[in-house]
Design a protein around this ligand. Structure first.
Ligand SMILES: [Zn+2]
Length: 255
């Protein structure tokens, strides 16, 4: 059984065929799908979808992309939902820092720090979003003494950066990036990391796989990412399959 540790199945581009996508996932043994939070207006939809489809699980948080519509009441609502669903919510996320977006950097840092504090208060791991921001993320995680770990979503970067996150208690999210080339830096990093640090993800509908550029990405393509991971690693298929699922279960709450 495969777990997609990061998939935005709540997005409206899945509204017309979500049930069919989930049927196809089940046939492909993709039996658990984690839907990370993005913005306050989506949280109830995520919760409702997870109630409707038991193979879906949710995390809640404020993604840096959507912070231009942030209101202080959202943090109150977040805390309220984390209390209400303390036996269901998997993590606080996705949260993080992104240098490629038109969102004030100081606001991003402030919201990341605030949500780290909330994660600590609720004893939750986090799902971490990065883009050109490893140094700042690692600096803040250390400064805040954040020890609950979680998943570095769609990891790309050096072995040294990955190892630093692992030392801080995180698993490394392996996504469609590895389908593009075995020779790129991230693929080389993923090949060298300890197996007990790796988790699989699609980030659907984003991050299309090689050969599917311009199309909606989907959790039903997770087995293709798994096959690419297999090609990068020395362990057996069974060992990698078991490890990737186990690693998600130990890095997130309530799973
Ligand atoms: Zn995401």
């Amino acid at each position: 059984m495969l777990i997609d540790s990061h998939c935005h199945l709540d997005f409206s581009c899945f509204d017309h065929d979500r049930g069919e996508v989930l049927d196809r996932c089940r046939k492909l043994a993709v039996d658990t799908i984690v839907i990370p939070g993005t913005q306050a207006s989506q949280w109830q939809k995520q919760i409702d979808l997870c109630h409707l489809h038991p193979q879906l699980k949710f995390a809640l948080g404020l993604h840096p992309y959507f912070l231009n519509s942030f209101e202080p009441a959202h943090l109150v609502k977040l805390t309220h939902l984390l209390n209400q669903y303390q036996n269901k919510v998997l993590a606080l996320g996705e949260i993080g820092l992104d240098t490629h977006i038109d969102v004030d950097w100081e606001l991003q840092i402030h919201m990341f720090e605030q949500q780290l504090t909330i994660a600590k208060e609720h004893m939750l791991p986090i799902i971490l979003h990065h883009r050109n921001s490893h140094n700042e993320l690692i600096r803040i995680l250390k400064a805040k003494k954040f020890t609950q770990g979680g998943i570095v979503h769609a990891f790309s970067g050096s072995l040294q950066a990955a190892q630093t996150y692992i030392d801080l208690g995180f698993k490394i999210g392996v996504g469609g990036g590895i389908t593009y080339s075995r020779a790129n830096k991230t693929s080389k990093t993923i090949a060298q990391l300890p197996l007990n640090s790796l988790v699989l993800e699609t980030d659907a509908p984003d991050m299309p796989l090689m050969g599917k550029q311009g199309q909606r990405n989907s959790p039903e393509y997770l087995p293709e990412i798994f096959e690419c991971l297999l090609a990068l690693r020395k362990e057996t298929k069974q060992e990698i399959l078991q490890a990737c699922s186990y690693n998600v279960r130990v890095s997130l709450a309530n799973l």
